[in-house]
Design a protein around this ligand. Structure first.
Ligand code: NDP
Length: 332
């Protein structure tokens, strides 16, 4: 069985040589343990932060040890009656072909009604991030204009659609490249879209949101945050979800130089971590399951096959090769 180790701390953009695929031997589960064959593993932007040796809300990856992250797999041996062989389970030991872990560290999921990958996307932390951001962090109110950056990605493609369901009158998004810009409008329900690679974000945002923005869902930071602050209406709300434009930075990055506008406009800017909003999971999954079943919530996955391609899938996601959620499929 193979697993991906971090073997060097990346400086700037990670290189394939910062990682190693390592062969290990499988152990049988002891009492209370389960052995899982991972079918799907998740690669996510927050993992870039864990490759640095810095203090954060989640511990850094250790060097020379397997990385971890979200995964869905099938139990192939069990030392616990509550999680039988054959069960599909969601757990946190991704980046490897097999995971040996305590039965209480897995959640049995139903993969008959929805595909397994959904638990790493719309029915999991990704969807909850979008929902928490737009309900509790920067609540959308009836008639609001909502702007989402990283809009064609996993969180962003869901956030745009949820904004509309929560009452937004106009939803605009930003992504990289003409193809993503087209898909935002034609497939993910955005009213208008920006290709940030075309430059002058402030001008482009003014064109798609001429009356200003009430809620900004920030996945990108940097210039996007600056342009949003310039476009915000009075009493606007900004959910600081991520700042992917800065994750590979090797030194301090400039803050938005127009932050003082938050005073006169009475803006609120609030950072959040999805793990603090777990109390919304039941409510969110109930609503999202209905929307998925009715075809009212469209989700997308970009799939890469094989553990030997997991690192390149992560690197490609960081560069924007994905639309919707980037997943690595290990079986099937
Ligand atoms: P995505 O599926 O959105 O993948 C990352 C995307 O980032 C790429 O597809 C790329 O899209 C975009 N990107 C990369 N570099 C840049 C850049 N320089 N400028 C603008 N866009 C860039 O990932 P997720 O949906 O999983 O995550 C989106 C954001 O949400 C991240 O910032 C992440 O850290 C954050 N997050 C925060 C959570 C929280 O609890 N606060 C939980 C989950 C995610 P493009 O082609 O458009 O450039």
């Amino acid at each position: 069985s193979r697993e991906v180790h971090l073997i060097a701390r990346p400086v700037g953009e990670p290189a394939p040589t910062d990682f190693a695929l390592v062969e290990t031997t499988l152990a049988d589960p002891g009492p209370g343990q389960v052995l899982v064959r991972n079918d799907w593993i998740s690669v996510d932007p927050y993992m870039r932060g864990r490759m640095n040796d810095t203090k954060s809300y989640v511990a850094p990856y250790a060097l020379g040890a397997p990385m971890d992250g979200g995964a869905v797999g099938t139990v192939i041996a069990s030392g616990d009656d509550s999680v039988p062989v054959g069960a599909s389970v969601l757990h946190a030991l991704g980046w490897r072909e097999h995971a040996l872990l305590p039965a209480e560290a897995v959640r049995v999921v139903d993969t008959t009604a929805v595909p397994a990958g959904a638990y790493l996307n719309a029915l999991g932390m990704i969807g909850l991030t979008a929902y928490a951001g737009l309900t509790e962090v920067a609540p959308v109110r009836e008639g609001d204009v909502v702007f989402v950056s990283g809009a064609a990605g996993a969180v962003g493609s869901i956030a745009g659609q949820l904004a509309r369901k929560l009452g937004a009158s106009r939803v605009v998004g930003s992504a990289g490249g003409p193809e993503k810009k087209r898909r935002l409008v034609e497939e993910f329900g955005y009213d208008a879209a920006i290709d940030y690679r075309e430059g002058d974000l402030e001008k482009q945002l003014a064109e798609v949101a001429p009356d200003g923005v009430d809620v900004y869902f920030d996945n990108v930071g940097g210039d996007h945050l600056r342009a949003a602050i310039a476009a915000m209406r009075d009493h606007g709300r900004i959910a600081l979800c991520g700042a992917i434009s800065q994750y590979n930075a090797t030194g301090p990055v400039p803050g938005p130089d127009n932050l003082f506008l938050a005073v006169g406009k009475r803006l609120s800017l609030r950072g959040f971590i999805v793990g603090d909003h777990g109390h919304l999971m039941g409510e969110y999954v109930r609503r999202a399951s209905g929307w998925l079943a009715d075809g009212e919530l469209r989700t997308e996955e970009t799939v890469v096959d094989g553990i030997d391609n997991a690192v390149s899938a992560f690197l490609a996601m960081m560069r924007g090769a994905n639309t919707g959620k980037m997943l690595v499929r290990l079986t099937g």
